[in-house]
Design a protein. Structure first.
Length: 390
């Protein structure tokens, strides 16, 4: 029988936990517009630096300015009305009260004189009654004028009413002036523009995204590790990251941050790996990446194509071509990838549950011819395929 074959390779071997994720910026924030309108100015570019409080964009505010002018005029009118009440109207009311008081005093003295004449029979009852009616009318008018005077006085009902109108007009104006600040969109902090969403002349709605900015130019691979592998992940642990579509662009870094909480929905833990500044331009934001978190490193290990190992968990066996026959050699297997590290062992339990006889440890090296294990048994006579491995 002819069999495909391969040879192990002696090289440094890295054991790792494999996971995927995407590239994210460091402490990024999406800046939004709090007003609607046409963008008259956009003063930033993607990838550019920006300082805190710098104006990033401006909206056409002519309509708002017209509203501010109208509300300024409304406040001025309300203030004039209030001043008229507490000064002019109040003073007129005071004069009216004083005038009525004097007239009432005169009318009462006149009544006293005529009362004596009535008692002497000099005037009629109807003439005296006219004087009483005049006094009564003056008292009614005085009471109404005093009420009016009090309402015009500071703190009075009419003054309070006009004061409330002034306060409302002032609030309306301050609200519009406050809205004016929304038409100049400023950077919340110093950083780097990682994404630009708008252009000059564009009409936007309130809540529209303007840009995404990050506090620094740092980028991180944000990956999700299965919680069962949490024990293998440590801060500062070496890690390799590469674009999932291009493993050749692998870079070395380390674990920067590990979430203290397991995501219950996915059963994963979020881990961040910093992308070195020298490689940042190769890793675009939101790019899908693969990460290898190094759990162990072995110097000059024996590494082989995993398909040539018949394995069960961390043990298994290989078939070595030995004098034209397949010799079964039990091995300890390290790794889960396309290539694994193998070490020969003896005394291992066979698949059928029988103990493997203790013999000299078989020698495996880069010279060994490993046979493709499918349909092979220990001791089978076999020949190598001329074209080598499959």
């Amino acid at each position: 029988e002819k069999a495909a074959w391969t040879t192990p390779v002696r090289q440094d071997y890295v054991q790792s936990v494999l996971a995927s994720g995407e590239i994210a910026a460091d402490e990024s924030l999406t800046v939004i517009s709090e007003a609607a309108g046409k963008l008259t100015k956009v003063g930033f570019e993607e990838g550019g630096q920006i300082e805190a409080s710098n104006i990033m964009a401006e909206l056409d505010s002519q309509e708002l300015q017209n509203s501010i002018n109208e509300k300024t005029a409304a406040l001025s009118a309300a203030q004039s009305n209030y001043n008229a009440v507490v000064t002019t109207n109040y003073q007129v009311a005071v004069q009216e009260v004083n005038k009525l008081k004097k007239e009432l005093e005169i009318q009462k003295r006149d009544y006293e004189k005529n009362l004596a004449l009535f008692q002497a029979g000099a005037i009629s009852d109807s003439e005296l009654q006219k004087l009483k009616d005049a006094i009564s009318k003056l008292e009614t008018d005085l009471k109404a004028s005093e009420i009016r005077m009090k309402s015009y006085a500071p703190g009075g009902s009419e003054a309070a009413k006009q004061g409330a109108l002034v306060a409302q007009a002032r609030t309306n104006l301050e609200s519009s002036r406050s809205d004016a600040s929304k038409y100049s969109i400023k950077a919340p902090f110093s950083g780097v523009v990682v994404q630009k969403f708008v252009s000059e002349g564009q009409i936007i709605q309130s809540g529209a995204a303007i840009a995404e900015i990050a506090k620094s130019g740092k980028k991180y691979a944000e990956i999700k590790i299965d919680e069962k592998n949490a024990v293998y992940v440590k801060q500062g642990q070496p890690a390799y990251v590469y674009p999932s579509s291009n493993p050749d662009r692998k870079i070395k870094s380390q674990v920067s941050w590990i979430s203290p909480v397991v995501d219950r929905a996915s059963g994963t833990i979020l881990v961040k790996i910093e992308i070195p500044e020298s490689a940042a331009s190769d890793f675009l934001l939101s790019m899908t990446v693969t990460a290898e978190l190094v759990t162990a490193e072995f110097s000059q290990a024996l590494v082989v194509d995993a398909t040539y190992v018949a394995r069960d968990a961390d043990s298994g066996h290989v078939f070595v071509l030995d004098n034209g026959r397949a010799k079964q050699v039990y091995v300890k297997v390290t790794g889960e990838g396309a290539f694994v590290m193998i070490e020969p062992v003896i005394g291992l339990q066979a698949a059928a549950g029988e103990s493997q006889p203790e013999t000299e440890a078989p020698v495996l090296s880069e010279e060994s011819i490993l046979l493709y294990p499918e349909k092979l048994s220990d001791g089978d006579r076999v020949e190598k395929q001329e074209n080598g491995g499959n």
